[in-house]
Design a protein around this ligand. Structure first.
Ligand SMILES: Nc1ncnc2c1ncn2[C@@H]1O[C@H](COP(=O)(O)OP(=O)(O)OP(=O)(O)O)[C@@H](O)[C@H]1O
Ligand SMILES: [Mg+2]
Length: 399
């Protein structure tokens, strides 16, 4: 019998669990992905007749995440001689046993369809999948093996709006058949360093919702709000690195001008005006009375080049905004957001600025399109002006 891999104590039971559904929920750095790779590789070394499939939502994320993870474990355990790799297909085979492992994205339907009766599946970052994605995989797990068939789910508990929460966390434990649930956080993993733990500890104040999910490994309530952790302030601070503006045009919809100040990793927002039925001369007048300077950067909706031209002719430093929505939002979310409390329209928009969801309530990468004029203006300013600044830690669930 080949030697057991070096498994963290918290995963000893999960290692031997033969249940159909093995749930690895946990905070950041709790060792879930590493353990899932260890378990599958050990089964490839010791059992027979296996065809494992490792799945993520997006195929192109596989090479640098799960596939690399598998190779790291093989290397760390000193198993290189036992396995054969196909770097182009991202597949692994155990030479002696003939057990195979292939990888695929849910976004690759051809490959999914061609899966020949897998005997084990690992879904990495499983909250990225929809309930239907999961059911498709569950239906396919019916291969023949003398050992057991198992789906491993590894994920951070980012939101209760998710099929995993509904399927495995809303029922009485005795109702849950064929399921083993493991919940871990960084304290279960002695392999992560102190600076990582310090960073997590800091999140308690910077972003309590993220702290709850990534440090405490508890389900996020977060529903589907995009920016939910802003703080209210009474007025703009005096000390700022720079002040700029975002401008979203509208006539029947409001025209929104937002002042954006930043200082290191903090962003301060204030509504300058938010008004319907403004003509361009009226916008110019308002900008003059609100003392927008002629060198202040103003990033405006590039869908209105005529209005931008008119504002430039009136002496304002207006630029066309970079409009990539998803990247823009991600940039905004790198900062701690503060909002001046009398910015009522802006605050109202922020509270209603939510991700779209699919029919199962899973979050999509696209915001709901309603009342997002001030939010667009913020994004224009921050992404256009700061988008190319070096990114610090990107704090997200996929990695
Ligand atoms: N048994 C182990 N032996 C050696 N290193 C380990 C072991 N388990 C985990 N690690 C290391 O600990 C770190 C965190 O582990 P891992 O990436 O598996 O965490 P995770 O729970 O998947 O985190 P995230 O939620 O951020 O994806 C990694 O650098 C990994 O290599
Ligand atoms: Mg992981």
């Amino acid at each position: 019998m080949p030697k057991e891999p070096d498994i963290l104590k918290a995963y000893k039971k999960a290692m031997t669990s033969p249940d159909r559904y093995l749930i690895l929920m946990g905070g950041a750095g709790s060792g879930k992905s590493y353990f899932a790779a260890q378990k599958i590789l050990q089964r490839m070394r010791t059992e027979d007749g296996h065809r494992f499939v490792v799945v993520r939502k997006i195929a192109r994320t596989i090479r640098n995440s799960v596939y690399q993870q598998m190779k790291d474990v093989i290397h760390n355990e000193g198993w290189e001689e036992e396995f054969k790799f196909s770097e182009s297909r991202l597949e692994i085979e155990h030479k002696e046993k003939g057990n195979t492992l292939i990888t695929t994205g849910v976004d690759d339907p051809e490959k999914l369809k061609s899966l020949a009766q897998p005997t084990g599946i690992w879904i990495e970052e499983a909250t990225e999948l929809s309930a239907r994605d999961f059911r498709q995989l569950d239906l396919r797990l019916r291969g023949e093996t003398v050992d057991y068939l198992q789906i491993i789910f590894s994920f951070n508990p980012i939101s209760k709006k998710n099929f995993i929460y509904k399927q495995f966390f809303t029922r009485e434990p005795e109702e849950l058949k064929n399921t083993y649930i493991s919940i871990t956080d960084h304290t279960h993993n002695d392999k992560v360093g102190q600076s990582f733990r310090d960073m997590l500890a800091e999140m308690e104040h910077l972003d309590p919702e993220y702290y709850k999910i990534y440090a405490l490994a508890q389900w996020g309530e977060n529903s589907n709000a995009i920016i939910y952790n802003y703080k209210l302030i009474s007025k703009m601070p005096e000390m700022l690195d720079e002040v700029l503006y975002g401008l979203d045009f509208g006539f029947n919809n409001p025209c929104a001008l937002i002042r954006v100040g930043y200082y290191e990793k903090d962003i301060y927002l204030e509504e300058v005006f938010y008004k319907r039925k403004l003509t361009t001369p009226q916008i110019v007048e308002l900008m003059n009375t609100r003392q927008i300077g002629e060198t202040d950067y103003i990033y405006a909706d590039s869908a209105n080049p005529d209005k931008i031209k008119e504002l430039q002719q009136a002496g304002f430093n207006v630029k066309e905004a970079q409009k990539s929505v998803f990247n823009g939002i991600n940039k905004v979310k790198e900062f701690q957001i503060h909002v001046v409390q009398n910015s009522l329209n802006l605050l109202n928009e922020l509270d209603n600025y939510v991700w779209k969801t699919d029919h199962d309530g899973n979050l999509l990468d696209d915001p709901e399109k309603h009342n997002d004029h001030a939010c667009d203006a913020i994004r224009y300013a921050i992404y256009s002006h700061l988008g190319k600044r070096k990114q610090s830690v990107i704090w997200g669930h996929s990695g």
